[in-house]
Design a protein around this ligand. Structure first.
Ligand code: NAD
Length: 324
């Protein structure tokens, strides 16, 4: 039986990953500051603790795991990472976790280590044209991410690559592009645009109006969480180290995203454009490298993933659940 460690197991992607690994028959240890908010965690062992503490890292990395997934990070949507208010905390917490985890991984080694980087590492200057953003993996340098969240991810990519080069740790780096789905943040200030829009539409009257940050012409692509897991597992179990994009190439404007959700909800919803934190003007995954190296491409249209996500968020709103 495989022994697998999932760091950030109380989070959105980590929670889904633990369920997938248990369904595969693995023994799983999950670690996080908190339990998953919306589900019972299926991990065989769940350790509550702060990975910023090296003593905790030594305690949970007490053996050679077949696979280690490092998903723990200080993380959020535009309202969390693009206001500038959380930059120091984000960098301090996330870099500290990665430094500790890698150092502790050296003791026993690991069969394979996955690190979740982000599309936020890509330079702003290649993402000013909403119709033609350039997010090919080899455009990361000269670096100029538009957030300190992105700079920390780029630093940590280099850290994982350095530990691979100098200590032979088998590290694999995926750059996630906007992962969405049920059981993610939807109203705690860390939600990303698909969840925020689903919530606003679910709460709107038919014929009502919702607030949209900016003019809504900014473009993005979104990958459904189960497809993200397919690519993550395939990368971690391959000989390819990356960094490689894990995302969808189905690019939409935020206005189109709103229209899609409204249509799924069966409501007529108007848009009131208001100032807000926005991030880059255009961003879309570029999947040539992952297709060549791993033979992977997403198969689920955005609309299908949104339908599942809307249905889950609409239920949370209807039941009056809160996220905090
Ligand atoms: P999430 O916020 O739901 O999960 C991250 C988890 O890390 C949280 O449960 C949090 O409690 C935990 N954590 C934070 N600091 C910790 C600490 N000091 N000790 C222990 N646990 C700690 O985020 P997610 O959406 O599941 O993202 C998982 C990973 O993927 C993150 O590294 C994120 O940066 C990366 N990523 C996600 C997306 C996305 O669209 N969701 C996009 C790009 C990259």
């Amino acid at each position: 039986m495989k022994r697998i460690l999932v760091l950030g197991a109380g989070g959105f992607i980590g929670g889904h990953l633990v369920r997938r690994l248990k369904a595969e028959g693995a023994w799983v240890r999950g670690v996080d500051l908190k339990h998953p908010r919306y589900d019972v965690c299926e991990a065989d062992e769940f350790v509550i603790g702060d990975l910023h503490e090296q003593s905790l890292c030594r305690q949970i990395l007490d053996q050679r795991f077949d696979e280690v997934y490092q998903l723990a990070a200080d993380m959020g949507g535009a309202g969390y990472v693009f206001t500038g208010e959380n930059d120091a905390v984000i960098m301090q917490n996330s870099a500290g976790i990665n430094l500790n985890v890698l150092e502790c991984c050296r003791r026993f080694g690991a069969g394979s280590i996955f690190y979740s980087s982000s599309a936020c590492i890509y330079p702003e200057y290649n993402q000013t044209d909403p119709d033609h953003p350039d997010c090919r993996e080899d455009t990361a340098y000269p670096a100029n991410p538009d957030s300190d969240y992105g700079w920390e991810k780029l630093f940590s990519e280099r850290l994982f690559m350095a530990y691979a080069r100098n200590f032979g740790l088998p590290c694999h780096i995926g750059r996630y592009h906007n992962i969405f789905g049920p059981q993610g943040s939807w109203n705690d200030g860390r939600e990303k645009s698909p969840a925020a829009i689903c919530r606003k539409v679910a709460m709107a009257e038919d014929g009502g109006e919702i607030e949209v940050w900016g003019d809504g012409c900014q473009t993005r692509s979104f990958l459904f969480v189960e497809e993200c897991l397919d690519a993550t597992l395939r990368l971690t179990r391959s000989d390819f180290a990356g960094p490689v994009n894990i995302g969808s190439e189905e690019m939409v404007t935020i206005n189109q995203l709103v229209d899609m959700v409204a249509e799924l909800a069966g409501k007529r919803v108007g848009k009131r454009h208001v100032p807000g934190p926005l991030g880059v003007r255009g961003r879309c995954s570029h999947n040539t490298l992952i297709s060549q190296q791993l033979g992977w491409a997403p198969s689920m249209p955005l609309r299908q993933g949104l339908a599942q996500t809307y249905s889950w968020i609409e239920t949370q709103v209807r039941l009056g659940r809160t996220d905090g």
